[in-house]
Design a protein around this ligand. Structure first.
Ligand SMILES: Cc1cc2nc3c(=O)[nH]c(=O)nc-3n(C[C@H](O)[C@H](O)[C@H](O)COP(=O)(O)OP(=O)(O)OC[C@H]3O[C@@H](n4cnc5c(N)ncnc54)[C@H](O)[C@@H]3O)c2cc1C
Length: 279
């Protein structure tokens, strides 16, 4: 059987950091399980964060009005994307699972990792309006966020000062990963390693190692399938009446984002749900 590949997209400057230790644990565990593990160490690669005209080789389709999304799509179709983008796209194509390993910056990924998403996940390569969410281009692949925070877990509770971590994760997990079709595994969150005692940090890494042993057979998080929506501009891509009716009697919304004005389904972006969203 062909060897399967895991890609770790990694963003931390320091080899002595907690994130480096989390990355190393994943490399060791997954290699031991027989996976080929590729690491894109974005700072070490000096990966460009800015999506610019330079990403497109040759003539622009519309030099009057540069539109990155359109131009990068045509460049992808015609093999005119910059080499650093193409190299990352090749890794994505090869990978069965992508792990994004990073410290949380402003409730999101560091700019260099956001740049990886902006530039590598080009239209055509990673998504189209016909191929998105559960019908997305990468629907046979998995992806997950593995990150550390500066704040404690309680600060990210629905009644904590930062607000619900499930809401924080919605844009990245639904808007980027699931939009491109990835089955999104529950995030691995390392709460506040900087202010945790050494034993607690070791326990966090041990927990991660333990999880890595069965990671590839985990069930993904629950998102709203496209089939619940009218997938047309005339229909506004809105929820079908049938689904609206079905959810009327329920106490909680469909997902963190599709809350329908109801209470959020608990832990929708952090834990695997036993309740499925019917079509
Ligand atoms: C621009 C910016 C924005 C930010 N925004 C947010 C935000 O929105 N929300 C938020 O919560 N936080 C935020 N933070 C904080 C940030 O998320 C944390 O500082 C970061 O997650 C800590 O991770 P680290 O890898 O840098 O930890 P480090 O400080 O590198 O590591 C923590 C400790 O672990 C130790 N360590 C290293 N290796 C091991 C090992 N193998 N075993 C045990 N211990 C080890 C290190 O020596 C260190 O003592 C932000 C920070 C910045 C700079």
């Amino acid at each position: 059987m062909a060897q399967k590949t895991v890609l770790i997209v990694y963003a931390h400057h320091s080899p002595g950091s907690f994130n480096a230790a989390a990355r190393d644990a994943a490399v060791e565990e997954l290699t031991e399980q027989g996976y080929k593990v590729i690491v894109s160490d974005l700072y070490a690669m000096d990966f460009r964060a800015n999506a610019t005209r330079d990403d497109v080789k040759g003539e622009l389709k519309n030099p009057e009005l540069f539109q990155y999304g359109d131009e990068s799509m045509y460049a992808w179709m015609e093999g005119r994307l910059r080499e650093d983008i193409v190299a990352e796209q090749e890794k994505v194509k090869e990978a069965e699972l992508i792990i994004f390993q990073f410290p949380l910056y402003w409730f999101s990924v560091p700019a260099i990792m956001k740049g990886w998403m902006d530039r590598v996940l080009a239209q055509g390569f990673a998504f189209s309006l016909k191929q998105m969410y559960n019908n997305g281009i990468f629907k046979d692949k998995k992806a997950m966020l593995s990150f550390s925070t500066g704040s404690t877990q309680t600060m990210y509770q629905p009644d904590g000062i930062n607000g619900d971590i499930n809401v924080v994760l919605w844009p990245l997990q639904n808007g980027v990963l699931h939009f491109c079709g990835f089955q999104v595994l529950a995030p691995q969150i390392f709460w506040c390693p900087t202010h945790s005692p050494p034993a607690a940090r070791t326990a966090m890494l041990d927990g991660w190692r333990g999880r890595l042993k069965g990671l590839l057979s985990e069930k993904p998080l629950t998102f709203a399938p496209c089939e619940l929506f009218d997938l047309s501009f005339q229909g506004g891509f809105l929820l079908h009446d049938k689904a609206r009716e079905e959810w009327k009697a329920k106490e909680v919304g469909i997902t963190t984002g599709h809350h329908l004005g109801k209470a959020l389904p608990p832990d929708n972006q952090t834990k695997v749900s036993l309740q499925s969203t019917s079509k």
